[in-house]
Ligand binder design. Structure first.
Ligand code: AN0
Ligand code: CP
Length: 321
């Protein structure tokens, strides 16, 4: 595997899930594979889970790891093409990327959506420059529009905890004080559409996700109806994707606390498991009781980030020239 940003990059999802279970049972099985290979993780944004789990995954495979926090200690990087660089940016991404490629074998990139220009974000401008100019295999650690390592870990978690063959999985929007990217719900929708689950999305009007991710999933605007009979409730906030209202792209257009997942919401479900990618704002997205309750899977999801990253890095190491 040369690039990883989509469920399609893995080939058979069934095989990838088998590999995840194999690695979870023996996470050092492929410790020789990464000997003398270096992973570079480039962060344009903050992270706790992605940083730790991806480094741990690389260590499971015997790799060396370098972490670059672009905003802490590196030169300020210009990303736009054709600008006169007379401001505070000392270096252009177009030199920085091939330079980064000189020191490593595989690159992971975290670069969130700016949420100002839909076209720029949805063209995956920064991630695609890494693909084009680094000369290395590149994987997404949450880019402008996707977070596939999270969606893969979430699917592993659902596989481990499902109590029926084809569970009902509901992705529900929930309120948040700040504008957040659509990467997590985009990837979650993409992966659930590829998995053997009954998938429903619910959100207030105006929050319609990009059709390329939500595809033919059922969209139910009535949250109570959507949650009815759910086996898994996946809560997440996202800002306006600008699909039905382009002028509002990246904005908070609803703050309705009626969408917060509390025990009453969970009582409409089939004793569902609660899921969230973390970090989560308590009593905005979900109440203390639900996240601390016996059906909460937020910690197992985070633990499975190590497994999804190990599978992805293993696939990339196997295909290094
Ligand atoms: C980010 C987001 O919503 O995309 C990262 C989630 C993994 N969350 C925040 O910025 C709070
Ligand atoms: N879920 C997730 O990606 O968390 P971080 O932002 O802490 O990496």
């Amino acid at each position: 595997m040369r690039y990883f940003s989509s469920v399609n990059d893995l080939g058979s999802l069934q095989l990838a899930l088998h590999e995840a279970i194999e690695i979870k049972n023996d996470r050092f099985k492929y410790v020789e594979l990464g000997k003398n290979k270096t992973l570079l993780m480039v962060f344009f944004n903050s992270s706790l889970r992605t940083r730790l789990s991806t480094q741990k995954a690389a260590m499971n495979l015997g790799m060396n790891v370098i972490v670059l926090d672009v905003n802490q200690g590196a030169w300020k990087l210009e990303t736009e093409h054709g600008v006169v660089m007379d401001g505070d940016k000392s270096e252009h991404l177009l030199e920085a990327i091939p330079v980064m490629g000189c020191y490593c074998d595989i690159i992971g990139v975290r670069s969130f959506a700016g949420l100002k220009d839909r076209e720029y974000d949805y063209a995956e401008t920064v991630f695609n420059q890494f693909v084009k100019y680094s000369g290395r295999p590149v994987f997404a650690m949450e880019t402008a529009t996707v977070h596939p390592l999270q969606a893969f870990a979430d699917l592993i978690t659902i596989e481990e905890h499902k109590e029926v063959k084809r569970p009902k999985v509901v992705l529900t929007w929930a309120p948040h004080p700040k504008a957040l990217p659509q990467a997590v719900p985009n990837s979650f929708a993409e992966w659930m559409n590829a998995a053997d689950v009954d998938f429903v999305v619910t959100h207030p009007e105006g929050y319609e996700l990009d059709p390329r991710f939500v595809e033919n999933a059922v969209v139910e605007y009535n949250q109570m109806k959507a949650l009815s009979g759910a086996d898994f409730v996946y809560a997440k906030n996202w800002s306006c994707p600008g699909v039905t209202s382009p002028a509002n792209y990246g904005q908070v257009i609803c703050k309705d606390m009626g969408w917060t997942i509390d025990e009453e919401h969970m009582s409409w479900t089939n004793d569902a498991h609660f899921m969230h990618c973390l970090p989560v704002r308590r009593n905005m997205i979900v109440t203390d009781n639900v996240i601390e309750g016996p059906r909460s899977l937020v910690i197992p999801e985070a633990a499975n980030r190590e497994i999804s990253a190990t599978v992805v890095l293993k696939r990339m190491l196997e295909d290094l020239k």
